[in-house]
Design a protein around this ligand. Structure first.
Ligand code: FAD
Length: 385
């Protein structure tokens, strides 16, 4: 490693923070610089769509303290967006024109919300990724708006549940037949749809939103491809995310879906990626995967730190884990359920919304999971190998 040049980590959130802490626990004693675009110390995002929207005075879940980072002798530059990467010169250029040279680099810049093409700029239209976004939605909820949630993924589901928990008028629009079905399939997606309906959410499935329209610069309606229109005072757009790689456009790195990496999470010699932004070759399946889950950010960053310190020797072959909380239901999943051809209940029942089971593809178990029976879910874990 270069004598004085630091390991630079760009992106000060779950993956970036774990990477710098793990560099130290792997025995690295050289300089480490953690740079992030946001002004905050790293904080946890999962509560943003849950407690942050429902609690009266939500607590920010900080992932670290300045004093801990300083004890680990980690140099911290917050409020410092990286604007480009020069691979040959081994330097990161910052927004203000300054640059930092690195010996090795870890890219952990995550993703940002996808936006609707028409009407997204109107007042009352929100996306949710950052602390400020959650605070703005929470403040808007105080005015008891008619809420329309656009998008049938996990984030849309959690926002709809939070808004309904506050007894707001909530309409939830998505193009699929059942929510979250791209990942969970129709059966488990259907269990959640029923839970939302029972709670009083108006679900409109099979609906593709065309544009948002407004009056006086403020949103008033959501117009859909089939001609239907939904009145709204507040629209939360949850239609997926886009990897934060614009700053790498001129770097020469391969960026087909995030930062393309090999099985060691390496994008180029001495350059690695971790977390939501990283697309790597999973050694188990031989497929390129990019995972947007909290636990993956931590696990991948640990492996990346190991490889930075010891040379690329540890392939990253996780069994992914994620959870979602909606109302009183926590779903936990291990594995890759997306693309499975069915879900098989092993214990409990879908109708009771309390079950453990397996997702299978061509007869092979590809994921396990369930609601309300965590011990039974853990018992299925050996089926995943
Ligand atoms: C509202 C919400 C709820 C969630 N709930 C769950 C859940 O229930 N379960 C679950 O498993 N997962 C959940 N997730 C996903 C989980 O939070 C993410 O997988 C995790 O945050 C990924 O961490 P990361 O460090 O890779 O990326 P991020 O957390 O996105 O962090 C990337 C950081 O890089 C910074 N950055 C971007 N570009 C630059 C640049 N050019 N220069 C410098 N810095 C830059 C960003 O500002 C950001 O601070 C949720 C996410 C959200 C938003």
């Amino acid at each position: 490693m270069g004598e004085n040049l630091p390991v630079v980590v760009v992106g000060a959130s779950a993956a970036g923070l774990t990477a710098v802490e793990s560099l130290r626990s792997e025995g690295f004693s050289g300089r480490i610089l953690l740079m992030g675009e946001e002004d905050h110390l790293p904080y946890d995002r999962p509560p943003l769509s849950k407690q942050h929207l429902t609690a009266e005075s939500p607590e920010v879940v900080s992932l670290s303290r300045a004093s801990t980072l300083s004890e680990l002798e980690i140099e911290l530059q917050l409020g410092s967006p990286a604007s480009s990467l020069e691979v040959q010169a081994r330097r990161v250029v910052l927004d203000d024109g300054r640059h930092v040279e690195f010996d090795q680099l870890i890219i952990a810049t995550g993703v940002r919300p996808r936006e609707l093409r028409q009407g997204h700029e109107l007042g009352g239209v929100h996306t949710l990724r950052r602390l400020e976004h959650a605070a703005a939605i929470r403040a808007a909820f105080e005015r008891r708006p008619r809420v329309v949630v656009v998008g049938g993924g996990f984030l849309g589901a959690e926002v709809a549940a939070s808004a309904r928990t506050l007894d707001l008028d909530v309409t939830w629009l998505f193009p699929e037949e059942e929510p979250m079905s791209e990942v969970l399939g129709q059966q488990v997606g259907g269990v959640f749809a029923d839970r939302h309906r029972d709670a009083g959410v108006t679900i409109e499935s099979g609906i593709l939103v065309e544009r948002l329209t407004g009056s006086g610069g403020v949103v008033t309606a959501v117009e859909c491809k089939d001609g239907s229109t939904y009145q709204a005072d507040l629209v939360v757009v949850c239609i997926g995310s886009v990897p934060n790689v614009a700053w790498l456009d001129s770097s020469g790195l391969s960026l087909s879906n995030g930062v393309d990496c090999d099985s060691y999470c390496r994008a180029a010699e001495g350059i690695y990626a971790a977390g939501d932004v990283a697309s790597w070759l999973h050694p188990g399946s031989g497929q390129r995967v990019r995972v947007e889950h909290r636990m993956n950010a931590t696990e991948q960053a640990r492996v990346v730190a190991h490889n930075v310190v010891h040379g690329a020797e540890q392939a990253f072959a996780p069994v992914p884990y994620f959870w979602t909380d909606q109302y009183d239901a926590r779903l936990q999943v291990f594995g890759f359920p997306g693309g499975a051809d069915g879900f098989n209940v092993v214990e409990g029942g879908l109708a009771e919304r309390k079950f453990a089971g397996t997702w299978t593809s061509a007869g092979e178990v590809v994921a396990i999971g369930g609601i309300g029976l965590p011990r039974a879910v853990r018992g299925l874990r050996p089926l995943l190998g």
